[in-house]
Structures are given as C-alpha cells and as structure tokens.
Ligand binder design. Structure first.
Ligand code: ZN
Length: 96
C-alpha cells in the first residue's frame, strides 16, 4: 500500500465530479483508515475526496510495481474499475 502514497490519480469515472472547493479533478492517494485501504485527497487543496476501493488499490499497486511510478497522473475510468471489480460473471451455471 505504501507504494501508492501520494500517487496522483485523475478521476474520470462518471460518478466523480470535480472538487467542490477548488474544481480540481485530480487527486492523490492518502493514508487509509479503519477498513479503508487508502483515502483520496484533492491534488490542489487537500480536501478529502473519498476512499480508494481495494480493487483499484490492488490494480494500481500492480501497475506501480510492474512499471514504476508514472510521471503523469493515472486516469481511472469506469471501464478499468469494471474490469478489476470482480463483477459476477457466472451466475447461470446451475440452470438446467
Ligand atoms: Zn480541491
């Protein structure tokens, strides 16, 4: 998890709006708390922007370990989250 600390991320998911305070869309990974793997903070003003889902944290950790920390913010889109969220894909296996 410490591999991700202060890693800049650009949120491009449809559920993510810009920061309500300063309008910035990029965030950095902050420390986790309790059950949360990591927090997300506004890149510009440091406001708390939410929690980083563990699936995404794992995905990003994997990227950083394999390719190193990127110079540019990593963009998170819906499709990437869907691909790493373990969506139910085999629910009809018991059908006759
Ligand atoms: Zn902000």
């Amino acid at each position: 998890m410490t591999d991700l600390l202060w890693l800049p991320i650009k949120l491009a998911r449809t559920i993510d709006g810009p920061c309500a305070v300063c309008g910035e869309t990029a965030v950095v990974v902050g420390a986790g708390a309790g059950p949360h793997t990591a927090s997300l903070r506004c890149l510009r003003c440091g406001r708390h922007r939410g929690w980083l889902p563990k699936t995404v944290a794992d995905f990003l950790t994997d990227l950083v370990i394999r390719f190193g920390r990127p110079a540019e913010p990593i963009t998170i889109r819906n499709s990437e989250l869907a691909a790493t969220s373990g969506a139910p894909a085999a629910e009809a296996s018991t059908a006759p």
